[in-house]
Design a protein around this ligand. Structure first.
Ligand code: MG
Length: 241
């Protein structure tokens, strides 16, 4: 076996040389990757800190433009009935990291337990829900692409425990005539486990009906949902891709 491998290696190497190919022909020196190092709590040095847990809420506002009225401190916590919040900055393709925690005290079931959500471009939702021993429709549980994709597995931790999402989102593209050029894609890693693998979004998140893409800007704010439950967030950082 060993002699066969050596012979094959020599055969293919000699063949490449005989065809006039050199090792350097397939080396790519065109784009040098920027050096990125990890700072506090493993945040990449090129990331934008959206909530570091120091009461820093200046990156956020309510979707109606009003000043933030969610609770701030070490965590950013939904203040029920005050409405969704969004980043002041707009984003397209991104890598997002955040940590979330559903309330320790369980007071409801199904969609009423620890419900919130991460909406890319204000309209494409990765669900936040306490799905620990809490049954609901599967494309509406934690880490689902709401009403579109069931997560591959359920990695939800107990209520009151911090958990992480690492999400890669590719924004949809539109043609000049405003028709869809390419759909949005999302990959989700929940507590270190892959739960959505580059799934193709069918359109914006809808509670009722079949989604359909509608033309929008290339960059739009990231939104967090007030669904009436005091869900907390921390260590939110984002990298534009
Ligand atoms: Mg939700």
């Amino acid at each position: 076996m060993r002699y066969f491998l050596i012979a094959s290696f020599l055969f293919f190497s000699c063949n490449a040389y005989l065809n006039g190919q050199q090792p350097a022909d397939t080396e790519d020196w065109s784009v040098k990757p920027n050096a990125v190092h990890l700072v506090n709590k493993n945040v990449p040095s090129d990331a934008i800190l959206l909530y570091a847990g120091k009461g820093d809420a200046e990156n956020w506002e309510h979707v109606n433009g009003e000043a933030l009225s969610w609770k701030t401190g070490k965590a950013l916590t939904v203040e029920p009935k005050t409405g969704d919040i969004q980043t002041k900055q707009a984003f397209g393709d991104v890598q997002l990291h955040l940590e979330w925690r559903s309330p320790r005290k369980v007071s409801a079931n199904g969609q009423g337990r620890g419900n919130s959500g991460v909406f890319f471009m204000g309209q494409y939702e990765v669900q936040v829900l306490d799905s620990y021993d809490n049954e609901t429709y599967y494309n509406g549980q934690a880490a689902s692409v709401y009403k579109q994709y069931i997560p591959l597995v359920n990695v939800c931790k107990k209520p009151g425990t911090w958990q992480s999402y690492d999400i890669i989102f590719t924004a949809p593209r539109f043609n000049v005539d405003k028709t869809l050029k390419s759909p949005a894609y999302v990959t989700v890693i929940h507590n270190g486990v892959l739960v959505q693998n580059h799934v193709e979004l069918q359109g914006p998140t809808l509670y009722v009906g079949t989604p359909e893409y509608k033309h929008h800007e290339a960059k739009l704010p990231l939104k967090l949902q007030d669904h009436g439950n005091p869900v907390s967030y921390r260590n939110i950082w984002i990298r534009e891709l």
